[in-house]
Every structure is written in structure tokens, then in C-alpha cells.
Design a protein around this ligand. Structure first.
Ligand SMILES: Cc1cc2nc3c(=O)[nH]c(=O)nc-3n(C[C@H](O)[C@H](O)[C@H](O)COP(=O)(O)OP(=O)(O)OC[C@H]3O[C@@H](n4cnc5c(N)ncnc54)[C@H](O)[C@@H]3O)c2cc1C
Length: 387
């Protein structure tokens, strides 16, 4: 019988359309040729690989689900595959693309004015403008309803005061989508780099997502015109709908990180000789590899069905929560186990599992912690909000 693809034991590939398969191949080639060779160095030196932005734009990966304004107009499964392949390279690079696409371009497209769309979407698709999404504040990301940042009308302007923390792309962003409470309810504001009273600084000394920029944002009497407010977003459902898009991508992305770890371990256990035979001859090693393949396979099937529901317009946020929880937990556990199976070599930058493992410690926390997603599923089952 034909040998199966170790990274796709249930032949998910055969379920993809020609276009979806082509998107996967194109991004996979980019990741193999341009991302994987540099990610160890980027992580070690805490360097964001800005040199990749033109290639990412050229491939149409920014705002890929938007069907206008110079974007690729791909379906949800294709977006998932893009995230999966990028995260096979590094969760930090996938985070960069997720924020640009799902957390800034998507809300501008869904909730923005025509002027805002024309101003930002084509430039962001070309990678000439970078965005960040400012929701979290230092006193508790899990409870965004307790937001302190506020905006007040003053004539035709809004004046924003407050601060945001843990914001991906903050210091490299040309535009920050800042969420703030107002007398009307929660609103989103586009704050451009260089606006008086607006500042960003990098959060240093991270052990995780070291190849991604994470920042604090400070807003002191920041004055923006009415035209910078997203007119169609009112209330928490605005930012939460963006998070659903991004979490969807994470559910796929985590699979890529897990695949990178498993592939490396299959190769390593074949060549590592201990007790007179290669490591992969041991039952205990094979069981561990098989268990990883089992968990990746179930995550792949979950992600594909999630994508099909999304493309059919039937996606429920609870399903995204369950998939994000399951798939990120799966990837984190696999990365930790792979690190262990590499022995001492596994703590060096030469092998990727420790990098993926440390990255996934952020991925399991951001966009809703594991506990928060469990509570979303619990609420669906019981009808009781236990937050
Ligand atoms: C690298 C990185 C990048 C990020 N990028 C962004 C970004 O671009 N934009 C943005 O807005 N935010 C971003 N975040 C913030 C992220 O979304 C928050 O860290 C996350 O929502 C958790 O918030 P917190 O860190 O304040 O933890 P907290 O909310 O303080 O939670 C602390 C602990 O309490 C648990 N907990 C909370 N509530 C309950 C409850 N009701 N019952 C039981 N347990 C509970 C949590 O699960 C967690 O374990 C980023 C975070 C990181 C680490």
C-alpha cells in the first residue's frame, strides 16, 4: 500500500478545492524557503522579520478573505490553510498576519465607512500600512467590559484617554484600532501613528513570541475627527466579532506548529542512536509519536469542518472557542513532548519545538485564554454564564 503522508494521515488534502490546495502549496513554499531558515535567529535575537512583509503582500495574504479593495477574496478554508502554513514557520509571523487581516482589515471592511475602506484596505493589502488592535488593558484582558479607556465627543472630534497593553504590532503600526467606552457604548477609533498624545512602546524581555512585536499603547487627550470612528461598530460585539475571525485562524495555525514539531521528531528519532539502535525502534517512542499524530489528525478534521461551516455562513462563536481551545492545547502539549524527546539538544535554537512551545504559551493565553474558551463551551451546554 502507498505510504501515507505523516502530516496528513486522513488525507485532508483530498477534501480541498483546487484553489485551496494551490493556496496551501504557495504559502508552504514561501514558509520553507523564506521563513523557516530565519526564524531561529529572529527568535533568539527578538527580531521581527520585517523584510518578509513585501513577500507576504505579494502572495495576497493580508486581508485574504476580503473580496475587494485589492485583497485576494479567498474563502475561510484558504485563510485557515494560510495560518496553518505560516505557523509551521512561527506563531509570531502568523500573529502578525492574523492581526493585520482579522483584527484590523476585517473590522474596517465590516464596520468602516467607504472613506476608511479606501484609505486603508488597499494600502494594508500591499503591506504599505500596518495595523494593530488595541482592546486589552493592563487590569484584565479576559474582561473587556471593564474597559477604562474612554472617548468623549468634543465638537466634531473625539478625545481619547487611556492605555492598552499586550498589543501585537503596536510600535510598527501605522494605524491603531483603539476600542474605547463612550456615552453611546463601546466604539472603535482609527488612531494614526504620529497623532499628538498617542505613543507606543515595546514590551521587552519576553520568553514567548520573540519574533513578534508586542507593545503598550498610551493615549493622552488624543484628538481624532469623527471620520476616524468606525460608524457601524457599537458595543462589545464589534471587537468580539473580530476576535472570532482571528481565533478561527488560530485554530488552524496551531496545527502548523504541531506539524513542525512532529516532523522534526520523526526525522530525529530515525537518526538518533541509543542502546545500539535508532530511537524510533522503541515502543515508547512510537507510542508518543503515534499519539501526536492522533491529536494532530483530530485537530485537522475539526479545523476543516469549522472552515466549511464558516464558508457556509453557519459558524457559531462557541465552535470557534472549542476549536481554539482543543487545537492550541494539542499543539502546546505536542511541542512540550517533542522538546523532551530531543533531550538536551531540545533546549537549543537548533531545533524548533522549544521555540514553538514558548510561542504557544502566548497563543493559549491571547485571544481568550483556555479557561475563557472552556467557559464559553460550558455556557452553551448549561445556559449559565459562569464568567
Ligand atoms: C504575546 C501577546 C500578544 C497579544 N496581542 C494582543 C493584541 O494584539 N491586542 C489585544 O487587545 N490584546 C492582545 N493580547 C492580550 C491577550 O488577549 C490577553 O493577555 C488575554 O486576553 C488574557 O488577559 P490577561 O493577560 O489580562 O489575563 P487575565 O484576564 O488577568 O487572566 C488571568 C488568569 O485568570 C483566568 N481567568 C480569567 N477570568 C476567569 C474566570 N471568570 N474564571 C476562571 N478563570 C478566569 C484566565 O484564564 C487566566 O488564566 C496579547 C497577549 C500576548 C501575551
Amino acid at each position: 500500500m502507498k505510504k501515507l503522508n505523516s502530516m496528513d494521515l486522513f488525507d485532508i488534502r483530498s477534501q480541498l478545492s483546487e484553489e485551496e490546495a494551490m493556496v496551501q502549496d504557495t504559502v508552504a513554499r514561501f514558509v520553507d524557503e523564506s521563513v523557516i531558515p530565519i526564524m531561529g535567529e529572529c527568535f533568539e535575537h527578538s527580531r521581527f522579520p520585517a523584510e518578509l512583509i513585501p513577500q507576504i503582500a505579494e502572495l495576497g495574504l493580508f486581508g485574504s478573505s476580503i473580496d475587494d479593495y485589492g485583497c485576494a477574496g479567498l474563502n475561510g478554508v484558504s485563510y485557515g490553510l494560510i495560518c496553518q502554513e505560516l505557523e509551521r514557520g512561527d506563531s509570531g509571523l502568523r500573529s502578525f498576519v492574523s492581526v493585520q487581516s482579522s483584527l484590523v482589515m476585517y473590522p474596517i471592511y465590516r464596520y468602516g465607512s467607504e472613506t476608511q475602506k479606501e484609505r486603508w484596505l488597499p494600502a494594508m493589502a500591499r503591506g504599505e500600512a500596518i495595523g494593530c488592535f488595541g482592546l486589552t488593558e493592563s487590569h484584565g484582558g479576559s474582561d473587556p467590559s471593564n474597559m477604562k479607556t474612554h472617548a468623549k465627543r468634543d465638537g466634531d472630534d473625539w478625545v481619547i484617554n487611556g492605555s492598552k497593553m499586550w498589543i501585537t504590532n503596536g510600535t510598527i503600526a501605522d494605524v491603531a484600532l483603539v476600542w474605547a467606552t463612550t456615552d453611546e457604548g463601546l466604539r472603535g477609533f482609527l488612531v494614526e501613528k504620529g497623532t499628538a498624545g498617542f505613543d507606543a512602546s515595546d514590551i521587552e524581555h519576553k520568553f514567548s513570541l520573540r519574533a513578534s512585536v508586542t507593545s503598550s499603547l498610551f493615549l493622552e487627550n488624543v484628538r481624532v475627527p469623527e471620520e476616524n470612528m468606525l460608524p457601524e461598530a457599537l458595543g462589545l460585539k464589534g471587537p468580539l466579532s473580530c476576535l472570532t475571525q482571528a481565533r478561527y485562524g488560530i485554530a488552524w495555525g496551531a496545527i502548523g506548529a504541531a506539524q513542525a514539531c512532529l516532523q522534526e521528531l520523526i526525522d530525529y528519532t530515525e537518526t538518533r542512536e541509543l542502546f545500539g539502535r535508532s530511537l524510533n525502534h522503541n515502543q515508547a517512542i512510537q507510542i508518543r509519536l503515534a499519539d501526536m499524530a492522533r491529536r494532530i489528525t483530530t485537530a485537522q478534521l475539526l479545523a476543516l469542518q469549522l472552515g466549511r461551516l464558516k464558508d457556509a455562513g453557519k459558524l457559531h462563536p462557541m465552535q470557534v472557542s472549542l476549536a481554539k481551545w482543543n487545537n492550541v492545547r494539542m499543539a502546546l502539549d505536542i511541542a512540550r513532548d517533542c522538546r523532551d524527546m530531543l533531550g538536551a539538544a531540545g533546549i537549543t535554537v537548533e531545533f524548533s519545538p522549544v521555540r514553538h512551545m514558548l510561542n504557544l504559551e502566548s497563543v493559549i493565553t491571547y485571544e481568550g485564554t483556555e479557561t475563557i474558551h472552556q467557559l464559553v463551551v460550558g455556557k452553551e451546554l448549561t445556559g449559565i454564564n459562569a464568567f
